[in-house]
Design a protein around this ligand. Structure first.
Ligand code: PLP
Length: 231
């Protein structure tokens, strides 16, 4: 069996085990294929994987063209500049990295009306790192209401990338903050947002223990990334 498939099945098994231990809802495994060739995506697709995450728009669009015959669910998880929203709105089913109202308004305007609403998660800068994208937790409630009014957007929940190099205890503390923030939004606005996009190769055990519903796994499936190909 190719090494890629071995790693994929082992991650799938690991996520299922953690989910069972935590006694939580099913956790969706998002395979983060950024910088990886379309052939690798096709291999995992054949093994049953449907959700793929991409950070770099041009790189993603090329893969999408090469794999247009497959019913892949594409997730955009990278930084979003205004001039990228048109393609993101058109070629993705999910966007996890929304942290500005202006961007989400553009996504709504540019989402083709023939397509279902775009699923979005608000990115939270949970550890308040200066260099990291995302909303501060206190900013969340102000942005939720205007988003709910947007026609072609379906708000699904929150996404977070905690600080790297944390202990497990610290990781869990950060993920718990995000989970609590989602519960607060649901209560305050009488919603049933169902998505906590949290956990990557290095911290998915902590994320699942704190109720993650979607883990975004790159390195543990595809191996170490050499460099980003095209931004
Ligand atoms: C690259 C990336 C991932 C995957 O990270 P790994 O550590 O390789 O698993 C997950 N989420 C986002 C937003 C990313 O940019």
């Amino acid at each position: 069996m190719p090494f890629l498939l071995q790693r994929y099945f082992s991650q799938q098994h690991w996520v299922a085990t953690l989910q069972e231990q935590a006694g939580v809802k099913p956790v969706r495994l998002l395979a983060v294929s950024k910088t990886r060739p379309a052939e690798d995506v096709a291999v995992l697709y054949k093994a049953g994987q449907r959700d793929f995450g991409e950070n770099y728009l041009q790189d993603a669009l090329e893969k999408q063209r090469a794999l247009a015959h497959l019913d892949i669910v594409w997730h955009f998880i990278g930084p979003i500049q205004s001039n990228k929203t048109r393609d993101i709105a058109r070629y993705f089913s999910w966007v996890h990295s929304v942290d500005r109202l202006k961007i989400v308004k553009r996504l709504s305007e540019q989402r083709p009306i023939t397509m279902p609403p775009l699923n979005i998660c608000l990115q939270v800068n949970v550890d308040e790192e200066e260099t990291k994208a995302g909303l501060r937790l206190e900013e969340l409630s102000d942005i939720v209401r205007p988003i709910l009014a947007l026609e072609n957007i379906k708000l699904r929940g929150l996404m977070a990338i905690p600080k790297a190099d944390k202990t497990v205890v610290e990781q869990r503390k950060s993920f718990k903050k995000v989970r609590n923030a989602l519960a607060e939004i649901n209560q305050r606005f009488d919603l049933t947002l169902d998505t906590l996009s949290m956990g990557m190769s290095g911290d998915l055990a902590s994320a699942i223990a704190e109720g993650s519903t979607m883990v975004r796994v790159g390195t543990a499936i595809f191996g170490v990334r050499v460099a980003k190909s095209k931004v």
